[in-house]
Design a protein around this ligand. Sequence first.
Ligand code: HEM
Length: 161
Amino acid sequence: MIEQALVFVENLAFVSALRNSTFMYPLVNAGHIFGVALLVGGIVPLDLRLLGLWRHYPVMVFVDVLRVTAALGLAMAVVCGALLFATAASDYAGSQLFQAKMVLVLLGVANALILGRVLRRLDIRSLPMTAVMPVSLRGGALLSLVVWVGVLVLGRLLGYF
Ligand code: HEM
């Protein structure tokens, strides 16, 4: 049943066209990488600020700007990643590297949602600017760093295994 659905996706006209296109496939791949760049480029400085770097800059500046940057990047990576997946759905679905990558993406999204709730509950704007962040935030930031870098590395490895 799942196998049939994957083959059906692979055989969709626009997916076949994408797979066989000299320009579109690399363009979608570039879109995926651009999304990854925005996501990781937003997440890394935000998490490092939560972990205690650059404490002379207000934490909410990092949160307000970089959260949106990272969310836009994730949306782009997911849309372009789904298109790349569709071109060889059966192979990717059977790959343990790909499965591990998807588990980490879900973990990263869940962790980001929880971090967002903790930030709202703690009313972080009222803390002194140079305050060390509560341990719940620092733990979440560390997990976020490890998970998103892990997703990036697994994504790159997919091309080799
Ligand atoms: C639902 C979300 C995603 C899907 C379905 C997806 C899917 C894919 C697919 C199918 C490939 C092509 C692998 C190959 O070379 O055969 C790929 C490559 C890659 N992905 Fe993702 N991806 C997703 C999210 C992400 C995220 C969030 C990151 C980074 C944090 C990421 C990082 C990468 C990297 C670095 C590559 C290698 C690109 C290259 O070397 O050309 N992906 N992804």
